[in-house]
Design a protein around this ligand. Structure first.
Ligand code: UDP
Length: 428
C-alpha cells in the first residue's frame, strides 16, 4: 500500500520530552518504520516548523517525511494550529493530485483527522483515524486549564463518525468514544508499541551524562513536564519512602530547567517536603539513551491524573522494570495489576508509596514482575505486532472503500469562516 500518515504537530523527527513532543512522535516514527518493513510505502505529512527543513527527509527505508509549508515556519503550540488545517488539507490534496493518491490516509490526532477527511474526501482516499488523546477526557480532567480550541470535542466526534475506521489505542478510549455518541462498529483497538530490541533488560550501556548513578533504591518517572503527568505525586510519594531516590526525565534540557514552571514547582515541593537531596530532575534526554536510564531504576512510576495511552509504561516493561501506575486510561491495558506491576487509584500518593514499598521490600517479587512485564511487552506491544495489526485495519479500509471523490461533509468546511480571524493573526 501507499500510505499517507498525517501528524500535523508531532514530527517523527522532533526531539522528545518537550511540551508538544512525546508519545505521538515516537508512535508515528515507529509505526511508519514498521509498516515500511512490511513492504508499504509510507509518507508522513507534518507541518514545517523551521525554514531550514528540507521539503522531504528520508527517515527510514520506505519512509519519507514531507514538510507541509502551511503557517509560519516556526513552532506554533498545537492548541493554536486548528486554523491552519484547511490549508494543510488543501496542500495535501494538491500534492496527491500531482504525485498520485495514496491508497489510504492514516491521521494521528484530531486536527490531522480534519485535514485527512477534507483531503481524503476530495481525492477519494479512505481515512483511518487514531486520536492519541480525546478532548472530552482532557476537558474533564483539566477544566479551565485546558487550552484546546472550543470546537475540539464536537469536531472530534465528527471526525470519529466520518472516518472509515478509528483505531483506539486502548479499551478505555472505546468507552470514551461511545460516551461521545460515536457508533463503535468501525472502531478497532490497536495499542501503542515499544521497540523491544532497543528497550531491553540487559545492563551493558552506561548512563548518559547528566544522569547520576543510583546510590539508593531508585524510582524513575519519564515524560513531558506537564502537570497532568503527576510528577508532583511522585515527589509526594518519595517523601513517604525513606532512603529511596527519584529521577525525573523530561522537560527542557537540564540547563534550561530553571526556566520551566513545572520543574520549579516540583523543586519547591521537594524543598517543602525535605526531599530535595533525593530528587534528581535531569531534563530531556535523547530517546536512544532511555533504555540505560530505565535499567538504572528499581521501580518505574507512571502516575498521571489520566493517560490516553502512555508509552513509558511499555518502555519500562520492555526493560523488565516493575511499574507502579495510576489505574487510568491506557495503563489499564498496558499494566496487569499484580502481574507486571501495581495499579493504584489516581492522585493517591500514599497508595503509590505503599505499592513501591511492597515491591522494593521483596526482591523476588520485583524480579518476577519485571520478567513477566518483559514477556508481555514482547508478545503484545512490540512494534512488529502493533504494525501488523494496524496493517490489517489499513488494508481492510483501503480495499473496502472505493474511490468516490465525494465532497467533504459540510461541517469540515464550516469551521473555516469563523476561524479566518485567528488564522490572520497567526500569519502575521
Ligand atoms: N522521552 C524521551 N526523552 C525524554 C522524555 C521522554 O525520549 O527526555 C520519550 C519517552 O521515552 C517516550 C515518550 O517520550 O517514548 C513519551 O511518551 P508517552 O506516551 O509516555 O507520553 P506523552 O508525552 O505522549 O504524553
Amino acid at each position: 500500500m501507499k500510505i499517507a500518515m498525517v501528524s500535523e504537530h508531532a514530527s517523527p523527527l522532533a526531539a522528545l520530552g518537550e511540551a508538544d513532543a512525546g508519545g505521538q512522535n515516537v508512535h508515528v516514527a515507529q509505526l511508519a518504520a514498521g509498516l515500511a518493513r512490511l513492504g508499504h510505502d509510507v509518507s508522513v505529512y507534518t507541518r514545517r516548523e523551521d525554514p531550514g527543513l528540507p521539503d522531504r527527509v528520508e527517515l527510514d527505508p520506505g519512509v519519507v517525511v514531507v514538510h507541509v509549508p502551511v503557517g509560519p515556519a516556526v513552532h506554533v503550540p498545537k492548541d493554536e494550529l486548528l486554523p491552519l488545517m484547511d490549508d494543510f488539507a488543501d496542500w495535501m490534496a494538491a500534492h496527491w493530485e500531482r504525485h498520485g493518491d495514496p491508497d489510504v490516509v492514516h491521521a494521528h490526532f484530531w486536527m490531522s483527522g480534519l485535514a485527512a477527511v477534507r483531503a481524503g474526501r476530495r481525492r477519494g482516499v479512505p481515512v483511518v483515524q487514531t486520536f492519541h488523546a480525546l478532548g472530552s477526557v482532557k476537558r474533564r480532567h483539566q477544566g479551565a486549564a485546558d487550552t484546546s480550541p472550543a470546537q475540539r470535542i464536537e469536531l472530534e466526534r465528527r471526525v470519529a463518525r466520518e472516518a472509515d475506521a478509528v483505531i483506539a489505542t486502548c479499551r478505555d478510549e472505546v468507552d470514551e468514544l461511545r460516551a461521545l455518541g460515536v457508533p463503535t462498529d468501525h472502531v478497532h483497538v490497536v495499542p501503542c508499541g515499544v521497540d523491544t530490541g532497543h528497550f531491553t533488560p540487559d545492563r551493558s550501556d552506561a548512563l548518559p551524562p547528566g544522569v547520576p548513578p543510583a546510590v539508593r533504591p531508585r524510582l524513575l518517572a519519564v515524560g513531558r513536564l506537564v502537570e497532568r503527568k503527576g510528577f508532583d505525586l511522585a515527589v509526594r510519594a518519595l517523601a513517604l519512602l525513606d532512603d529511596v531516590e527519584l529521577v525525573v526525565v523530561g522537560g527542557p534540557p537540564a540547563g534550561a530547567l530553571h526556566d520551566d514552571p513545572e520543574a520549579r514547582r516540583l523543586l519547591d515541593l521537594a524543598d517543602r517536603l525535605g526531599v530535595s537531596d533525593r530528587l534528581f530532575l535531569v531534563g530531556q534526554h535523547p530517546h536512544e539513551a532511555m533504555p540505560a536510564i530505565y535499567r538504572s531504576a528499581d521501580v518505574v512510576l507512571a502516575v498521571p491524573w489520566y493517560e490516553p495511552f502512555g508509552i513509558t509504561p511499555l518502555e519500562a516493561a520492555a526493560c523488565a522494570r516493575p511499574l507502579v501506575g495510576s489505574a487510568v486510561g491506557g495503563l489499564l491495558d498496558s499494566v496487569e495489576d499484580g502481574v507486571t506491576g501495581r495499579l493504584v487509584p489516581p492522585r493517591d500518593a500514599p497508595a503509590v508509596a505503599g505499592a513501591v514499598r511492597g515491591i522494593l521490600d521483596d526482591a523476588s517479587l520485583a524480579a518476577e514482575l519485571g520478567r513477566r512485564a518483559r514477556t508481555r511487552a514482547v508478545d503484545l506491544f512490540d512494534w512488529s505486532v502493533v504494525s501488523s495489526r494496524t496493517e490489517e485495519v489499513l488494508d481492510a479500509v483501503a480495499r473496502g472503500v472505493g474511490a468516490g471523490g465525494a465532497a467533504a461533509p459540510d461541517w469540515v468546511d464550516e469551521h473555516t469562516g469563523e476561524l479566518e480571524t485567528a488564522l490572520a493573526s497567526l500569519r502575521r
